[in-house]
Structures are given as structure tokens and as C-alpha cells.
Design a protein around this ligand. Structure first.
Ligand code: SF4
Ligand code: SF4
Length: 463
């Protein structure tokens, strides 16, 4: 078992190389139908999710500006960073695992770039400019009013859709309520937000109208990782070279002595990244399956079995029947994934309703009092992570300690935060060493909802 070598001729192209515009033939077939179902379901989810709320919280929100996130209606704050990092780690392991087993299927079927490009933008292009041959003629033909109008119409629609996507994208970041304010309030009240929407719109427009497959073949780092993540057991879209070669045109009345590939090049014409799958496993292949559909149609017409191009592992193709499946890497990743998921679930369930940071007040030292007590001044930052207003009290865990509040705050609004100052004091006879650990409980409705640790300093009583 080892990683799979990508075809040398098709290693990532440098960005400065002259762009060859790709005219992809309109795809059709069984896989394309499935892909449409998957894609439209995802689009529905993508456009609908920001409008869904659970207990008043957005279903999904990634507010990096205010450092608060909502996942399935559960709010996460900077104090929950460890949970969030764990979640991201799980997503990464999922991607690695999925790639190890199924190749780059994520790219061709579920990546928003492909879903938007293939199911929205390219379809509009087919509608306005026709299939690939007409598009090529239009672009390479002379300037005309017809061409100008078609281009104007296409790019106006592209920009309008990009503007819509940009709004949805922003809704995932700032939440749909904030987005509504930007849209409905006077322009000068949210000028930054408005500029952000326009900027995002231009970026999306640029990506879908011009950059296109370059995102998958050159910009996105995931594609470049393929060779490392995949091995000879990974199943991916591949051409059965044993069956197909030697390729050659099928002529009337000829008894077939060649392989099954009749070199019709339909698989190349439908490819959105402009590659020839018959050249072997290539970084540019996004596993969209358009070539499988195209070739299956040809095989049916020439009375040959389908799947000359299909889902195969390199082991199956090179080693054919002797190939034994034993994907150790996939099993190892699955075990790691299960472990991470268990920790993640434990973290979610042990998550407290309140987040806090307790520190001795900056630059302060102990205070000795005439009545024989000693005190330290503390600063406590609290944030309410529950979906409701919360009343609370602060209590030391050690009975010999007492708390004297400086600013007496006992209530946090929903999503509210507060900075409290208080003295913790004790009889000096209780001080055993200069620096000792102390804990305070945050108690709400008679229940301890968080315990915070800090230190208490004072010189021990020498008497
Ligand atoms: S579509 Fe099939 S038969 Fe035609 S060139 Fe491609 S692999 Fe060969
Ligand atoms: S080679 Fe086939 S599966 Fe890969 S991107 Fe091209 S059409 Fe899609």
C-alpha cells in the first residue's frame, strides 16, 4: 500500500501559464441526475440554514468578528475555543478519511464551488449561449450586437446571483437579523456592511464568471493533497485502461480487435476541468462523474458493457482480479475519528452555561487588615452562554474564605457579559504558605454551574 502518483503531465499548472478557456459539453446521464438531486438539496440547505433559528439562536452562524459561533443553535464563545478547534479537527479527519476511501468525491458532488458552478452558473450559460460548440463560436466569432446582448444578459444575471450569494454568505457570518438591518436601514448607517456585500459579490462574480475551474485545479489546496491522501485502494473516477486500450475508431464492418475505447473524446468534451481521464489519475479531476455518463452512453450505443470509465481503485485497474482490499489507512483514520467524536460529545455535554476567567487584579498585592484578616482583590469576567437571563452568586469553595463584592452584579442577560471585582478574605491564621490555590463557585438556582481556580497570596502568620 502507498500513496498514488499523479500523472506527471498533469501536475498543477503555474498560475501565469496562458489560460485555455474550457468549453464543457452539457452533461447528462444517471450520475448527473443524482448529482442534481444532491446539489439542489445542498443549495436548499445553504440558502435556508441562516433563516432557521433554535431557541432564538441561528441554526448556523460563524461570527468571526465578534468571536461567537452557533452550531445547530448552540452558541459558542471564545471560552469554548477548545470545543470549536476539536470540531474543526473532526471535520478535517472526515475529509481525509473520505478522500482516502472515495477520492475527491467531495469536490465534484458537494463542494459549494462546484454546486454553484455546475448547477447554477453553467446552466444559465447553456441557456443563454447554447452548448459548448455554440459558446465557442460565439466567443471566437466576430463582434456583433447579438453577442454583446448575450454577454450583457449573462454577466448581469451572474452578478445578481453573486450578490444574492454574498448576502447569504454574510448571513452566515453576522446572522440574518444583522443582515436585515444592513439591507433595511439607511445606507449610511451600515456603510461598512454594505461595502462588504459589494466586495463579496465581486469576488463571487469573479470566481464563477472568470476564475472557474482554476479554483479546483490551482487555487484550492485540497486538490493538491490528493496524491498524499489517496492510495491504490482509494476508489475514484478512473478509466479501465485494460479494457479500453488499445483505443481506436470503430469502422463499419470491422471486426473489433482493439480495446473498447472508440476514441470519440466525449469524456474529454464533458469534463469541466478540461482533462482526459484516459491519461490516468490527475490532480485536476474533481470526480464529477460527467465522463462516466458520457462514456456509458457511448458503450450502450456500441453494445458494450457500461463503466469503461467508472469508480475504480488504482489497485483494481493495475492488479485487476488479484487485487485484495485491505484499506488499513481508512481503518486507522476511522478509529481516530471515533475517538475524536467521543471526546467532542463529552465536551459538548460537560459544557457549562457560563464562561468565566478569574484573575487576581493586575498589579495588586495582598492587604493586611487590623482585625487580623488578609485579602486579595480579584477580577472576574463572566459570559452567559445559556439561552436565558441568569441570576447567580459567587461563593468560595473553602469555608474559611469570604467574598466581599466591589461591584455587586448578580444577573447576566442572555448572551450578556460582565466584569466583577471582589475581595476574597480570610483570617491570617488560615494562611499556610505565601501562594495557595483557591477556587470559587458560580452558583445559579442553587446549582454550581462553574468552578474557577486562582491563587491567593499572603505571608503566613509567623506568631
Ligand atoms: S467516452 Fe469512452 S469511448 Fe469515448 S473516448 Fe472517452 S473513454 Fe473512449
Ligand atoms: S475526468 Fe471525469 S470525473 Fe474527472 S473532472 Fe473530468 S469529467 Fe469529471
Amino acid at each position: 500500500m502507498g500513496t498514488v502518483a499523479l500523472n506527471n503531465e498533469t501536475k498543477p499548472k503555474p498560475l501565469k501559464e496562458k489560460r485555455k478557456w474550457i468549453y464543457a459539453k452539457k452533461p447528462k446521464g444517471t450520475f448527473y441526475n443524482y448529482r442534481q438531486w444532491v446539489g439542489y438539496t445542498l443549495l436548499l440547505f445553504l440558502f435556508g440554514a441562516p433563516f432557521i433559528k433554535i431557541d432564538g439562536n441561528p441554526f448556523l452562524m460563524f461570527n468571526i468578528l465578534e468571536r461567537k459561533f452557533s452550531i445547530f443553535g448552540q452558541m459558542f464563545y471564545p471560552q469554548d475555543l477548545h470545543i470549536f478547534v476539536f470540531g474543526m479537527l473532526i471535520v478535517m479527519v472526515c475529509v481525509v478519511l473520505f478522500t482516502t476511501v472515495f477520492g475527491r468525491i467531495w469536490c465534484g458532488w458537494t463542494c459549494p464551488q462546484t454546486v454553484f458552478m455546475e448547477l447554477i452558473f453553467r446552466r444559465i450559460e447553456y441557456l443563454i449561449e447554447g452548448d459548448w460548440i455554440q459558446q465557442k463560436k460565439l466567443n471566437e466569432g466576430p463582434d456583433s450586437d447579438k453577442r454583446a446582448w448575450k454577454k450583457l444578459l449573462k454577466h448581469s444575471i451572474f452578478y445578481a446571483i453573486s450578490f444574492l450569494i454574498s448576502n447569504i454568505f454574510l448571513a452566515y457570518i453576522i446572522g440574518v437579523d444583522e443582515l436585515y438591518k444592513i439591507v433595511s436601514d439607511p445606507l449610511d448607517a451600515h456603510i461598512v456592511g454594505f461595502i462588504a456585500i459589494l466586495l463579496f459579490s465581486f469576488v463571487f462574480y469573479g470566481v464563477f464568471a472568470h476564475v472557474r475551474e482554476y479554483v479546483c485545479t490551482t487555487i484550492c489546496p485540497y486538490g493538491r493533497l490528493q496524491g498524499v491522501l489517496m492510495d491504490d485502494q482509494s476508489v475514484t473516477v478512473a478509466y479501465d485502461v485494460n479494457r479500453g486500450e488499445p483505443r481506436g475508431k470503430l469502422r463499419k464492418g470491422e471486426t473489433q480487435v482493439l480495446g473498447d475505447c472508440i476514441d470519440c473524446k466525449l469524456c474529454v468534451q464533458v469534463c469541466p476541468t478540461g482533462i482526459d481521464i484516459r491519461d490516468g489519475l490527475q490532480m485536476e479531476c474533481v470526480s464529477c462523474t460527467a465522463c462516466i455518463d458520457a462514456c456509458d452512453e457511448v458503450m450502450v450505443k456500441i453494445n458494450k458493457p457500461k463503466r469503461l470509465i467508472g469508480f475504480y481503485s488504482m489497485g483494481q485497474i493495475v492488479d485487476n482480479k488479484n487485487f485484495k482490499k485491505k484499506n488499513v489507512r481508512a481503518i486507522a483514520y476511522s478509529i481516530v475519528l471515533l475517538g475524536l467524536m467521543s471526546v467532542f460529545v463529552a465536551m459538548i455535554f460537560s459544557r457549562t452555561d457560563i464562561g468565566g476567567r478569574l484573575l487576581r487584579a493586575k498589579g495588586s498585592t495582598y492587604q493586611l487588615h487590623e482585625d487580623g484578616t488578609v485579602s486579595n482583590l480579584y477580577t472576574l469576567e463572566l459570559i452567559n452562554k445559556a439561552n436565558k437571563e441568569m441570576n447567580f452568586v459567587i461563593e468560595p469553595t473553602d469555608d474559611r474564605m469570604k467574598i466581599k463584592m466591589v461591584n455587586d452584579i448578580h444577573m447576566l442577560k442572555r448572551e450578556g457579559h460582565a466584569t466583577l471585582s471582589f475581595f476574597m478574605l480570610t483570617d491570617r491564621v488560615n494562611v499556610e504558605k505565601y501562594k495557595q490555590d483557591v477556587k470559587v463557585n458560580v452558583v445559579s438556582d442553587g446549582k454550581v454551574i462553574e468552578t474557577l481556580k486562582t491563587t491567593f497570596i499572603a505571608p503566613p502568620d509567623s506568631k
